[in-house]
Design a protein around this ligand. Structure first.
Ligand SMILES: [Zn+2]
Length: 508
């Protein structure tokens, strides 16, 4: 929260005595170089609030100018996608991605650049074959889901039963029908029901003694979708992602009363692996910090260009630009590229646990995951601080942030462990190309799907947001205590989904 305040102080950086009553405190300049040029152009005579507002505009001008004249996003994403590609944690590609981004942080002149190791449950895709054997032989467009086990030698064969969206009520209606069969579920929420993660659907299928889960994507294009399907261990039954078209074909056969049987054979590698988060800083004057994060790991089928090459590039470019403009913020700006997100937020959980003592010093965590054209911001809770951000967004009107501020909270991202610890969370509200979700977690998530103008705008936006939050003498957003977190989770109906993962009720 930021109180309206009367102020009379000497602005250290401008050397100006400022007197006034301001409904909104505007931060002092952060970048000395930018600030000096402003003094030379005559801003000293302006009223205090105006001086600060002009200093903010100068910072924004420096950031946007640097991004649009020196962006390295395209070349960095090309390297990450074409020379490394998919990068699951614990794999060689994952390690290469960590080393690449560590080198870039060092080259950009960041400080405290290092990798923080952690252990996690790892999974790697092996040979896979999935086919319909009756009523006709059809090779399926299908992939194994993350953390799914190997089948016994020779594979398994079973009939298929349609379980709708795979909600518990739908399974209950089918009773013993599911036992020993492949449960065919399509992604999405049944009317009036909550959207369930594929791991939750698999859990219900396993409770009903299904032979396995065939999880159908809603997106067209014969693009089966992968994704994590169990947490921290091998799932109790096999899980397979299948294309929308194959799922619809099976459904049409079942509606005609045909007995559809599927044969599945797969072999996957599992076990504990070592991974690491990549960390870098722009040091501030206080012990507080703003954390700018994104997950670096990506599914192995494609190149992880959208998920999450976009967020990774935004974090790297924001770091580069803020060093380039000579930003000297009050609070440290810490950049963290998390591994293990796709495997169950392993990197961010490990980071939040290892840094529990200093989480109270975190002014805000800004998370970028599949971020595109910036349209506004989501501040999870903290409605009382919206005024500060409304004014900030008004100063950034050239970005055309048409959807403004939302205070809804969400989960399933690296912000989650921080949210549950009470750290203020901000994510950009943004838009990727209309077809981006078609490629999500598929083999088609590749470099050519990215629109660089969107990413450059997002990098400038996130850099500016981080710098403004790090430049105020005091924090704008207060941490939530246990009651505050509980109220936020309840208000946003997130308790049931969190409970499934053992993350709720929250231990304080
Ligand atoms: Zn992601």
């Amino acid at each position: 929260m930021y109180p309206a305040r009367r102020f009379a102080f000497v602005c250290i950086l401008c050397g100006t005595i400022i007197l006034g009553i301001s409904p909104v405190w505007l931060p002092p300049p952060a970048a000395c170089r930018v600030n000096e040029s402003r003094n030379a152009s005559g801003a000293v005579g302006l009223a205090g609030a105006e001086v600060h507002r002009q200093a903010r505009r100068d910072r924004l001008a420096a950031i946007t100018g640097e991004v649009f004249s020196g962006s390295e996003i395209r070349e960095n994403l090309r390297t990450l996608c074409d020379e490394i590609g998919g990068r699951l944690s614990g794999t060689r590609n994952g390690r290469q991605a960590r080393n690449l981004t560590e080198r870039l942080f060092n080259r950009y002149g960041l400080e405290q650049v290092h990798q923080e190791l952690f252990a996690m449950f790892g999974w790697e895709r092996g040979p896979f074959r999935c086919e319909i054997v009756t009523p006709h032989h059809v090779a399926m467009h299908a992939v194994s889901l993350g953390n799914t086990p190997s089948t016994p030698p020779g594979g398994i064969e079973a009939a298929v039963v349609d379980v709708g969206h795979g909600n518990p009520a739908e399974f209950d209606d089918l009773g013993h029908e599911v036992r020993g069969k492949f449960a065919l579920a399509v992604s999405g929420a049944m009317p009036g029901g909550r959207w369930m993660h594929r791991s939750e659907v698999l859990a219900v299928a396993a409770e009903h003694a299904a032979a396995g889960l065939l999880y159908q994507t809603r997106q067209p294009g014969h693009l089966p979708m992968t994704g994590m399907c169990w947490k921290n261990e091998v799932s109790p039954i096999p899980g397979v992602g299948i294309s929308r078209e194959d799922g619809e074909w099976i459904r049409r056969q079942l509606e005609r009363g045909e007995n559809v049987r599927v044969r599945l054979e797969m072999s996957n590698l599992t076990g504990e692996v070592e991974s690491a988060n990549v960390v870098a800083e722009i040091p501030g004057r206080s012990n507080e910090y703003v954390l700018v994060g994104a997950h670096l790991d990506a599914w192995d089928l494609g190149q992880g260009a959208l998920d999450n090459g976009t967020g990774t590039m935004i974090v790297l470019e924001a770091a580069r630009v803020l060093v380039q403009i000579g930003a000297t913020p009050e609070a440290t700006i810490r950049f963290v590229l998390f591994m293990g997100e796709e495997s169950g937020l392993c990197g961010s959980r490990a980071y939040a646990a290892a840094h529990a003592d200093e989480l109270p010093a975190c002014r805000a965590m800004i998370n970028c995951d599949m971020t595109g054209m910036p349209l506004g911001i989501r501040i999870m809770g903290h409605e009382a601080a919206n005024g500060f951000f409304e004014e900030l967004l008004a100063d950034m009107h050239g970005f055309e942030l048409t959807v403004g501020i939302s205070n809804r909270a969400g989960i399933y991202g690296d912000h989650q462990p921080f949210l549950l610890a009470g750290v203020p969370i901000i994510t950009p509200r943004s838009r990727l190309e209309d077809d981006a979700w078609m490629y999500y977690h598929t083999s088609a998530d590749t470099f050519d799907k990215v629109t660089f103008k969107q990413l450059n705008l997002a990098a400038a936006f996130v850099a500016a947001l981080a710098l403004e939050l790090a430049s105020t003498p005091e924090r704008i957003l207060e941490h939530l205590d246990g009651n505050g977190v509980r109220a936020l989770i309840e208000k946003n109906n997130l308790g049931e989904a969190l409970s499934f993962w053992g993350d709720w009720p929250h231990e304080e």
